[in-house]
Ligand binder design. Structure first.
Ligand code: TYD
Ligand code: MG
Length: 452
């Protein structure tokens, strides 16, 4: 073992001089790996002495970065309006969620718009990729394929050919001979990501890295890659559902939190231009426990159905089960309902589900969740054609949320005629929509369910 090797936590990146089973910095178990030191002669330029920086001021007018549209509107939207030259993008997601499918389709689309596009896979043989391309109807695309894991060979090729876009599927399979550890290890992933982003910056080529996510929801060898790239996108969805959501969690060239919605079909991913219609399309007649939430994802309003089921528990400890929302937040809403409105949920199993495999993180969903829980508990459906949104504070007060008017307009567009929202929040004027505004949860419970 080299004298100066260090030990690095894969979860938080803290480094130590010796190995231990648990990271002292973040408390994660079994996350510490040995890092071999970098070889003393880096590839490429071997200049020992640095050069003086050319400093500049802040007041220079910069043109917006040139962007290339993929022709896939949902993909462009998540990128903030198209692919920026020389940018490095990480696309993370669970294995099997459809990353390779999405990126092969995107690659073909970029190639069609005239970009010189390379797709390099370390996971599949070229024949396999060709089979997928045939399934997707892309066999005639001008995308250049290679099946390779050696970073040195890849960079040599890229430096010689100077493509406009290169897709690396996946970063975990890449292997740099500068680092003396196994492919997939933190130091390999870091070195590969570093060399590829450096290539993007010096050549002007956009680089898209695919990264697999571990069970804990992080990209293996993880944060190290997230902070190196310009844009981090997550491709998410439930395996059993056909909906897939591409979400920007970091974007140096556009808004974060923007989403693109896709549907996985037998012939690849197809765009969903109006996600609300799709998420609500599954909804049948109004039924107890089902409430439509008017949410905002990025810059776009999206209506989704929140479903709750409440039933007496056969166990000594009641179950609390959540899909698509935060479990801690559910506990909070239950506690507020119990202590502020006097509606107990003890002895009742509570199941909460966001329909369509959608994940909601907005606090604005609080009121919709409370409404779904009450509706399920009282076995009383909310009036049909009603949307609900609003944040609930621990005191039981309802707080206004952002973009109230946009939420209401989307609801109206999709044929809803009533909305329940907190007081305040600039609702504007939306024709043919009856808006009921309330100040606290007790008032909402009394008015909507006649209980308290
Ligand atoms: P894939 O893109 O290989 O996932 P990842 O790269 O994220 O691991 O997608 C795999 C799944 O997608 C696989 O279970 C089959 C399904 N699929 C379709 O349903 N339709 C298609 O046209 C394609 C290509 C894949
Ligand atoms: Mg794949």
């Amino acid at each position: 073992m080299a004298k100066n090797s260090t030990f690095v936590c894969a979860s938080c990146g803290a480094s130590f001089s010796k190995w231990s089973g648990r990271c002292e910095a973040c408390g994660e178990w079994n996350s510490i790996h040995e890092e071999a030191p970098l070889s003393p002669t880096p590839t490429g330029l071997g200049a020992a002495k640095g050069r003086r920086l050319a400093l500049t001021t802040l007041d220079r007018q910069e043109a917006p970065p040139p962007r290339n549209s993929s022709g896939i509107a949902e993909f462009d939207r998540v990128l903030g309006g198209g692919l920026v030259e020389a940018s490095a993008i990480l696309v993370g997601g669970d294995p099997g969620i459809g990353k390779s499918t999405l990126l092969l389709q995107a690659a073909a689309s970029f190639a069609r718009s005239g970009l010189k596009t390379y797709y390099i896979s370390g996971e599949e043989a070229a024949a396999q990729i060709r089979m997928r391309a045939t399934r997707l109807g892309l066999q005639d695309s001008a995308v250049q394929l290679a099946s390779e894991t050696s970073l040195r060979d890849i960079l040599t090729t890229l430096d010689a050919d100077r493509p406009d876009l290169v897709i690396i599927d996946s970063i975990q399979t890449m292997w740099s001979d500068r680092v003396d550890s196994a492919p997939g290890s933190v130091s390999q992933v870091r070195a590969a990501a570093h060399e590829l982003t450096a290539f993007a910056k010096r050549s002007g080529c956009a680089v898209i890295l695919v990264g697999h996510v571990t069970k804990e929801g992080q990209i293996a060898g993880p944060r190290v890659v997230e902070h190196m790239v310009d844009t981090v996108l997550y491709f998410e969805g439930e395996r059993g559902h056909q909906f897939r959501i591409l979400r920007a969690v970091k974007n140096r060239f556009g808004p974060a939190d923007e989403i693109g919605v896709f549907e996985m079909t037998g012939a690849g991913l197809s765009e969903v231009g109006n996600p609300s219609a799709l998420f609500l399309g599954e909804r049948g007649k109004p039924s107890p426990g089902s409430v439509v939430f008017a949410g905002i994802e990025g810059t776009r309003p999206v209506l989704v159905e929140v479903q709750a089921l409440v039933s007496p528990t056969p166990h000594s400890q009641a179950r609390r089960s959540v899909v698509g929302w935060d479990g801690g937040r559910l506990a909070m809403i239950l506690a507020v309902l119990e202590s502020r409105c006097g509606i107990p949920f003890a002895g009742l199993d509570v199941y909460l589900n966001v329909a369509g495999g959608m994940k909601i993180s907005e606090p604005a969903a609080d009121l919709a969740v409370a409404a779904a829980l009450l509706s399920a508990r009282e076995d009383a459906a909310l009036p049909p054609e009603t949307v609900v949104f609003g944040e609930i504070s621990l005191s039981g007060a309802l707080r206004p949320v952002s973009q109230t008017e946009n939420r209401l307009k989307e609801a109206r567009k999709l044929g809803f005629s009533c909305a329940i929202a907190p007081e305040g929040g600039k609702p504007g004027r939306v024709a043919d929509l009856k808006l009921t505004q309330m100040g606290d949860l007790t008032g909402f419970v009394g008015e909507t369910f006649g209980a308290g």
